[in-house]
Design a protein around this ligand. Sequence first.
Ligand SMILES: NC(=O)c1ccc[n+]([C@@H]2O[C@H](COP(=O)([O-])OP(=O)(O)OC[C@H]3O[C@@H](n4cnc5c(N)ncnc54)[C@H](OP(=O)(O)O)[C@@H]3O)[C@@H](O)[C@H]2O)c1
Length: 290
Amino acid sequence: MKILVTGATGKLGTKVVESLLKTLPANQLAVSVRNPEKAEGLRARGVDVRQGDFDHPETLDTAFAGIDRLLIISADGDNDTRTRQHANAVQAAERAGVKFIAYTSIVNATESKNLFAPTHVATEAAILKTGIPYSFLRNNWYLENEIGSIQGVMSGAPWVTSAGNGKVGWSLQQDYAEAAAAVLLGSGHENTVYEFSGKPLTQEELVSELQTVLGKEISVQQVSDEKYAEIMKGLGLPDFVIPIVLGIQESIRNDSLDVVSDDLEKVLGRSATPIKEALAQLVDHVSKMN
Ligand SMILES: NC(=O)c1ccc[n+]([C@@H]2O[C@H](COP(=O)([O-])OP(=O)(O)OC[C@H]3O[C@@H](n4cnc5c(N)ncnc54)[C@H](OP(=O)(O)O)[C@@H]3O)[C@@H](O)[C@H]2O)c1
């Protein structure tokens, strides 16, 4: 059996690969990366490093050849670009005769008003159309998305949000990565849709946990979208990013990320990392960055 992970030099992909290598012999693992030089370390450990770019479907024919189980990690562009790129990857998987496709989607993809949902709905549909057994790994928000806010409050800023009372089921990338590895390595995951989510929390509830970790009071400023955009511009975010960060606040506010599910625990065979412990890890990470 040969497993291949795309996006293996990205942040999530790196964690998936390391999780797989804890039990999978390196010669049964392949990665498809845009720049093989970035994966030299993996090659040195015996992983089959292949060049593949979703924008160049011909590279994917070689990259996916002889692969049994494939994890497509969603790419990082705008919705239209990603939808096209993912369709290229799915079609290449079909041409290569891949026997199982896992795909990193977003929680509640088909029902939610999440700004990122359209790409994931389209990619899930493309996978379904192939008839290849699949598992949709519908990840909730990465707790790592909050590193900028954590950094801010550690240097004395308030926690600023326009997300209102919307809840988010944050979890660490490490938990999502280990769950993806479990799906690739395990059996019985054919034709499954997993809603991977931590316990949903409001901004105030998350910040309350962070206060305990940091041992100091943090003020939460609930502001309008206009004020939020103004503050983000003031922090130096480029103009093209402003609609995206506003869309994220809106997606939280409209409850798109408020998903209660024990799928993550079930697939991991353990609890997700408790939120306090997860925040402590990120605080430690931020401290080391400074
Ligand atoms: N649920 C959430 O909260 C959340 C938050 C942020 C992102 N995401 C999604 O999760 C994905 C993984 O997150 P991450 O933190 O690991 O992001 P990341 O570090 O930016 O990784 C993105 C990966 O996508 C790959 N990629 C981009 N364009 C590609 C192309 N044309 N062909 C093949 N691969 C391509 C990149 O390849 P290279 O290594 O070659 O650059 C990289 O490995 C993101 O791409 C995004 O779709 C989810």
